[in-house]
Design a protein around this ligand. Sequence first.
Ligand SMILES: Cc1cc2nc3c(=O)[nH]c(=O)nc-3n(C[C@H](O)[C@H](O)[C@H](O)COP(=O)(O)OP(=O)(O)OC[C@H]3O[C@@H](n4cnc5c(N)ncnc54)[C@H](O)[C@@H]3O)c2cc1C
Length: 459
Amino acid sequence: MTVSKNDATEIAIIGAGIAGIAVGNFLATKFGVRDVILIDLGRPMGFTSAQSGENYRNWWPHPVMRQFTDRSIDLMEEIAVACGASLNMTRRGYALATRQENSDALIEQLYASYEDCPDRLIRIHKGRKTPDYVPAGQGPWHEAPNGIDVLQGGDLISGIFSGFDKSVKTVIHIRRGGDISSQQLGQFLLERFRASGGRLLQGRVRELSAASPFSLKIETSEGTRTLSAERIVIAAGPFVQQITGMLGITLPVINVVQQKIAFADGAGAIPRDLPFTVDLDEQRIDWDADERNVLSEMAHTTWLTEPMPGGLHCRPDGGKNGTWIKLGWAYNKFVSEPSWDPPLDPHFPEIILRGAARLHPALKAYYGRLPRQMTHYGGYYTMTEENWPLIGGLGVDCAYVVTALSGFGTMAACAAGELCASWVCDATRPAYANALSLDRYNDSRLMHELHACADKGLL
Ligand SMILES: Cc1cc2nc3c(=O)[nH]c(=O)nc-3n(C[C@H](O)[C@H](O)[C@H](O)COP(=O)(O)OP(=O)(O)OC[C@H]3O[C@@H](n4cnc5c(N)ncnc54)[C@H](O)[C@@H]3O)c2cc1C
């Protein structure tokens, strides 16, 4: 669309990643707001949202995040029903593997997180046979079991996950998890937004006045345009601070680059019906003695010989007849200034491969010879220290934000869009609304609890 030299709108959304698109969709379809303009300097879903690993789960250390993502999964399920197979929604779950024999602490955390969950169903399986454990399969998502299965004992686990390293003693199988096509999801939400009267504008927001009605200066291919908006929603992903800065607001948000790889698993190392697997345990990477010596001699590589965090994940991609697999490991902790070309570490593929082979020894077949067509990609996790999003008012009348979606923005987009739209329209909001807004920083008890918890649900 082109805007005339001086145009006006009721609501302007800055950023057409999955977050901005979802807000536009819910403003239009749930709250009937038709006069909305979604602005992005690039193509919709073209920046961080194009890098998503496309995984979703309702597994979180805290009930607030569990409720929030459960709501999002409910909404994604509605969309999957409405648009048929095109969302490619799977439900093989998340299999969390640990060498710990005593899983009491993990189970306690599950009970705390799922305390109010309607299908709070935690099934413990021990011994050699598990007649009531339903393995992950290729069936439709709506036929997969709910709840959580806890598998205890090496013999039991190697009978079910035969490719796992034999040292694994406990597997927690979260059943409400899987993957979806994030581009299809974004496309569906965008189409509904546009069908309800929403407009899309390509251009870069360069200036924003500090009060409503906001005046936006937008650089477009046809020159600079001025747009007046009664309300604004800032959904600029890693560049959120650049836009809130125009209002004089600094948010407690940082950007950290995280990376993934994907490649065709010609060796068949990963079974096609494997759930999304997470190695929960710390590890030292499997270098041989010479490699280890070389790495430990240089200051900038010594860290590669030291303990690395848990959370490395792996899954088959593309269904039963596909061959590709995806691996991810959010071990980077360095905060960066956002750039339009996030820097990737050329050593990452070999590092993650070695790390993944700890749980899946068959991946050792690729040591030093990853396929040439491998894809190595990444982007920013825009996040708060506690790894919870920020959705709601900015403390300036009529200005709202949806940001800090970290590594969970695809799975949380629908609930985030719905929640942000309900703030903008001052409509009824779910119980978790304040905890996910800037208000939480006034709740010292909650903040203390979040800072005290070592597990931030970061994957
Ligand atoms: C490697 C990686 C793997 C991931 N895997 C998963 C996963 O498996 N599951 C999951 O749920 N999530 C995952 N995520 C997270 C998810 O991708 C993000 O949380 C989500 O895409 C963030 O969406 P967004 O709309 O907030 O940001 P973005 O997609 O970055 O959108 C922001 C938009 O704002 C625009 N913009 C910025 N400044 C301006 C301006 N001045 N003027 C106009 N437009 C502007 C940008 O062009 C951009 O399009 C992953 C992320 C990464 C990096």
